[in-house]
Design a protein around this ligand. Structure first.
Ligand code: GDP
Length: 142
């Protein structure tokens, strides 16, 4: 996979969007935007698993709320393939705060607040590789 690292990123359809029945609509938007799904599964994170995933944010005031939210219900984790995948996926997601997200972005359409903002995407190739490895084994990639 190393030779394709630049074309792969990691995404999550967060618990708010899954709970609201938006999984199918978001997956359609992802494939319509030209991403190929290389790995996909529904998981329900424990609080420690969410804390491990967001460890970089552990000193932030919203860390307890964020990890409680992310472990509150199932979410969908994904490996997404496209040229320039990290930036392409973050462009499709939109700004963290849906009030600031551009028209046509997933957060504009599906997010309800800065905390419950429908989707996650890695912010660098390095983090994408680490986050993919956190959730997927080699055999889960197609
Ligand atoms: P992202 O890369 O756009 O997801 O944003 P960040 O890396 O800055 O934050 C990670 C996640 O923490 C966001 O997607 C939100 O779910 C949550 N978050 C960020 N800022 C806030 C905040 O001010 N309040 C709350 N409750 N959650 C936040």
């Amino acid at each position: 996979m190393a030779e394709q690292a630049g074309n792969l990123t990691f995404g999550i359809i967060k618990p708010d969007a899954v709970r609201a029945g938006k999984t199918g609509a978001i997956l359609q938007r992802i494939t319509d935007a030209g991403f190929k799904l290389r790995a996909l599964k529904l998981i329900h994170m424990t609080k420690p698993e969410a804390e491990g995933f967001y460890a970089v944010h552990r000193e932030r005031p919203f860390f307890p709320d964020l990890t409680a939210f992310m472990s509150s219900a199932p979410c969908v984790v994904m490996a997404l393939e496209k040229e320039n995948a990290v930036k392409s996926w973050r462009d499709l997601m939109g700004a963290t705060d849906p009030a600031k997200a551009d028209e046509g972005t997933l957060r504009k359409e599906f997010a309800t607040s800065i905390g419950e903002n429908a989707v996650h995407g890695s912010d660098s190739e390095e983090n994408a590789a680490a986050e993919l490895a956190y959730f997927f084994s080699r055999l889960e990639f197609v």
